[in-house]
Design a protein around this ligand. Structure first.
Ligand SMILES: C[S@@+](CC[C@H](N)C(=O)[O-])C[C@H]1O[C@@H](n2cnc3c(N)ncnc32)[C@H](O)[C@@H]1O
Length: 268
């Protein structure tokens, strides 16, 4: 198992004596690990490294990141995220709003923004920061959101399309909360812009299993608590265009900056 910390590499592959694991070695308890991390970071004034987000991929890769990045202002965002927020118009749904950093910036620009969040802890933090939040998922949005948004922002959450099979279902759910003429702005990573061995190996394993290279299964861990494993999908422009093909959405643009991308889809 490897451990990646965003400031460097730490390998935990050591020369420990091999010890038989008891069959009942416990799994972490299921819980709102992501929300708990944000609540702790918020309580610490969003100080750097006051809370650490651990993501565990299903091949055992662990990555540790500073949760304070969920609180930073636009001046420190990748330009794809700034451009997405600047392109927002009308009533906006910030899908997977986290601690509300994008919603706050769009509110400051005069837009009416609602967050959508399945994590209760994240919703509590966003509300405390002044963002109205509906609790729910993009796949099953609360009924009161139906047909009401001109812009859906998926900043760091375009991966919620989940799998090639799920993507049309999730895009249909996204269309159900949109008004005619709505746009969906998605910020993500292009899976093919990586030279890192652990990612290339994972992509190779995906291909061997007949999966898209950018399909990822992971969970968030906090102490002995973990979210359930969930699917996340990183897509090239061609893959996204193909998956959106039979849906109500049409891919209008897909801009790449390094490994980051900004996709804009519009309702047909
Ligand atoms: C990587 S975080 C991004 C948070 C925020 N957009 C940001 O960039 O600061 C992913 C967010 O998506 C939320 N999320 C997870 N599954 C979701 C779903 N099915 N529908 C909507 N949001 C979801 C998580 O709780 C989390 O807040």
């Amino acid at each position: 198992m490897g451990l990646t910390v965003n400031s460097g590499e730490v390998s935990s592959a050591g020369d420990f004596d091999s010890v038989a694991q008891p069959a009942d070695t416990p799994e972490p308890a299921l819980g709102d690990a992501f929300g708990d991390i944000l609540v702790r970071c918020h309580a610490a004034g969003a100080a750097s490294w006051s809370a650490v987000e651990i993501a565990e991929r299903d091949d055992g890769l662990l990555s540790a990141d500073d949760a304070a990045r969920y609180f930073i202002g636009p001046e420190r965002w990748p330009s794809t995220e700034r451009r997405a927020c600047e392109s927002a118009r009308g009533r906006v749904l910030d899908v997977g709003c986290g601690a509300g950093r994008h919603a706050l910036a769009m509110q400051a620009a005069g837009l009416e923004v609602t967050g959508l969040e399945p994590s209760h802890g994240a919703a509590v933090v966003s509300r405390a920061r002044g963002v109205p939040v509906a609790e729910g998922t993009l796949r099953n949005p609360p009924d009161e959101l139906r047909g009401t948004f001109d812009t859906l922002l998926l900043a760091g959450t375009l991966g919620l399309l989940a799998t090639p099979e799920d993507a049309p279902v999730v895009l249909a759910a996204a269309a159900s909360v949109a008004r005619p003429g709505a746009q969906l702005l998605g910020c993500s990573l292009d899976p093919y812009v990586t030279g890192r061995d652990e990612h290339l190996r994972y992509q190779r394993r995906n291909r061997e299993r007949g999966l898209y290279p950018g399909q990822v299964r992971l969970r968030v861990r906090d102490g002995a608590i973990a979210t359930p494993f969930f699917n996340f999908l990183f897509l090239s422009a061609d893959e996204l265009r193909r998956l959106a093909g039979g849906t109500a959405w049409r891919l209008e643009s897909y801009d790449v900056e390094g490994a980051r991308c900004l996709a804009r889809l519009v309702l047909r």
